[in-house]
Design a protein around this ligand. Structure first.
Ligand code: 2AM
Length: 484
């Protein structure tokens, strides 16, 4: 077996892959590269990689021969079949203890499957989230690795060196077994959907009370100095201030209002439904994108369906502060839901997740990076057991303080006919979560009425089930004894 010099190899020289390689080289690592379209290897070596500790292979064999043992091969190729194909191409050339790393946006279920498969061949596998886009990949992404635990010590130094830092600590740590890294990355993206939707609702409300995009840009600049300090709020203020060179109008005013999506938000919601976790804000964010996408239907409906004629007559300055509080409180609920989801997934898939560590990984480098995540990190400090972030003193006091504003903003939105599904569902979650008694008593009665599904009683121990003969016919047969 030949023994090369490269600390790690990377396959897939699209922008993310190239930037990660350059980042690794900057940190003193020697990197071997390969790409399906081999000409890109030579292009890269002759240009961006020139003069750096980067070597290239023109075949898988040559590429593998350039690697130190245990060989570390990172795939940065399109998620889906290309990952499986490259694993198959690589296996005959790798040996026991070598490590295959998938750094793409793979579905965690695929990662669970691939991890078991690669381990069955005597190798190790890592599926890792990499967030931060092109810029992050080049200068410090958030990296969320999971997979074969024995592989972690072999990639830790490289990953932590190239990752973003928050308070000097790397935004990269071991997440957990098999699909845990990709699950956490998926949840990150779901939370990102929620954050973006909530910001858009704030923008929409401020527009509805007569503010222009550059005026709203100033509001976001102010907000970015306080509790809402985050990458997404910062770029929002820059976006709103930007003028279109062609028309001279704010560029947001000429951008079509139909949202795209690649699927990680949807995956988060599907997983939430599978696990029975109310992740309502991300769900509304996904559906808000879907509603935006049916533009022509909306244009027709806008001529047919009437809304209120109300105009805003309040104090604009007070309203702006109310919207800020509503955004903050809704965001707290969204993160509370996201962490509940990860907790349920950890139970289901047997991962020992470190929630404080996850908050740390998200503090820098990634799209949802924020000061706020420092608070979440503190809340989970020392692996504290947190039932729900809403119950932690810091967030309890923040939502208590924001509550009046939050309710006023939603009332105002309803009066004006401005859709704010994220703010509303967040408040409904808050009110639902703090309700000792919900109307599910009636729901259980309905289920028992038509389906004999039985119910528990408030005055009897849990686990004892009762059935009422609601109509006087049908007897006492319950759904436990037959399937409706
Ligand atoms: P390419 O340069 O040969 O297209 C991002 O698209 C990266 O994934 C690129 O490196 C690309 O290789 C690779 N990729 C996309 N589809 C692929 C496939 N079906 N098989 C292998 N690599 C693929």
């Amino acid at each position: 077996m030949s023994n090369g010099q490269a600390d790690i190899g990377l396959i897939g020289l699209a922008v993310m892959g190239q930037n990660l390689v350059l980042n690794m080289a900057d940190h003193g690592f020697t990197v071997a590269v390969f790409n399906r379209t081999v000409s890109k290897v030579d292009d890269f070596l002759a240009n961006e990689a020139k003069g750096k500790s980067i070597v290239g292979g023109h075949s898988i064999e040559e590429f593998v021969s350039q690697l130190k043992q245990p060989r570390r091969v990172m795939l940065m190729v399109k998620a889906g079949k290309p990952v499986d194909e490259f694993i198959e191409h690589l296996l005959p050339h790798l040996g026991a203890g070598d490590i295959i790393i998938d750094g793409g946006n793979s579905n965690f279920q695929d990662t669970i499957r691939r991890c078991a498969y690669v381990e069955s061949k005597g190798l190790q596998y890592i599926g890792t989230g990499v967030s931060g886009g092109e810029e992050g990949a080049r200068n410090g992404p958030s990296i969320m690795p999971g997979g074969s635990p024995a592989a972690w010590p072999h990639v830790k130094d490289i990953f932590q060196a190239i990752a973003a830092k928050a308070d000097g600590e790397p935004c990269c740590d071991w997440v957990g077994e098999n699909g845990a890294g990709h699950y956490v990355k998926m949840t990150h993206n779901g939370i990102e959907y929620g954050d973006m939707q909530l910001i858009c609702e704030a923008y929409s409300l401020l527009s509805a009370v007569g503010m222009t995009a550059p005026e709203i840009a100033e509001v976001f600049t102010e907000w970015n100095k306080g509790e809402l300090d985050s990458y997404l709020v910062q770029i929002t203020s820059e976006i709103l201030a930007k003028l279109d060179p062609e028309t001279g109008k704010p560029i947001v005013d000429v951008i079509q209002d139909t949202a795209g999506q690649k699927g990680t938000g949807k995956w988060t919601v599907i997983s939430a439904c599978d696990l029975g976790v109310p992740v309502t804000i991300i769900a509304e964010a996904v559906f808000a994108r879907c509603l935006s996408a049916i533009k022509s239907e909306r244009v027709d409906a806008s001529k047919l369906l009437k809304g209120p004629k109300a105009v805003f007559r309040g104090d604009r300055k007070k309203f702006i502060e109310d919207v800020r509080q509503a955004l903050y409180a809704s965001k707290i609920c969204s993160y509370a839901q996201g962490f509940q989801l990860m907790r349920a997934a950890a139970g289901e898939y047997k991962w020992n997740l470190n929630y404080g560590g996850i908050a740390q990984m998200w503090r820098g480098g990634c799209i949802i990076r924020s000061q706020f995540l420092g608070r979440i990190h503190d809340a989970f400090g020392g692996r504290k057991k947190v039932v729900n972030l809403l119950t932690v003193p810091f967030f309890r006091s923040a939502t208590r303080k924001a509550q009046g504003s939050w309710r006023r903003v939603i009332s105002q939105a309803v009066k004006l006919g401005v859709p704010v599904p994220g703010f509303m569902t967040a408040l409904a979650y808050y009110d639902g979560y703090r309700s000792e008694r919900l109307p599910a008593n009636l729901l259980q009665a309905q289920r028992d009425y038509f389906g004999a599904h039985t119910y528990e009683r408030t005055d009897k121990p849990a686990g004892q089930f009762f059935h009422t003969n609601w109509t006087g016919s049908g007897g006492s047969i319950t759904a436990g004894t037959y399937t409706v």
